[in-house]
Design a protein. Sequence first.
Lengths: 112, 113
Amino acid sequence: EDQVTQSPEALRLQEGESSSLNCSYTVSGLRGLFWYRQDPGKGPEFLFTLYSAGEEKEKERLKATLTKKESFLHITAPKPEDSATYLCAVHIIKAAGNKLTFGGGTRVLVKP
Amino acid sequence: DAGVIQSPRHEVTEMGQEVTLRCKPISGHNSLFWYRQTMMRGLELLIYFNNNVPIDDSGMPEDRFSAKMPNASFSTLKIQPSEPRDSAVYFCASSKGQNYGYTFGSGTRLTVV
């Protein structure tokens, strides 16, 4: 069965304390892996798409990496405004169209 | 670009009542998705459309739920009759197609009492 698991469920960081979020997946064939950010009361906002192992994408203090079994979202020197829930999602090859399956998310709180 | 527009933002209704959620996707996007988000189950795909045609409705919980997309600029998700366990945030999202990220609306927070 295709599964997407994110860890940890929650992460409390001090401002400037770098850390990584994990998204592990067990799928029959990966077409792409997506990262989203969700702020309270809002819909998820697209961050990155990764397609193949070894690929990396960066945006400000965020860097996403991909291996054959998992993806990491590295947050470097986070600021309070990086506080949000981060979601990963997979697009599976056998899935019709471009259906995404989401993980449970990691809630990140960055304290000043 | 106004993004994906959902209405209403909040809906409180009594058990047994009909509820209709509305969505206007981004112009030019040919895929539309309805998701439900709860603390317990996270984001769950209910149904999605490609070029206004329903492709996968396997996530629709039961016959009380129905969705339509009469044209490329409008979709509805209807719950009839509503039950307290339907309380959740319902998101609509649209996409240009495969390999493109989704753009989500701001969601409709539904409370069934």
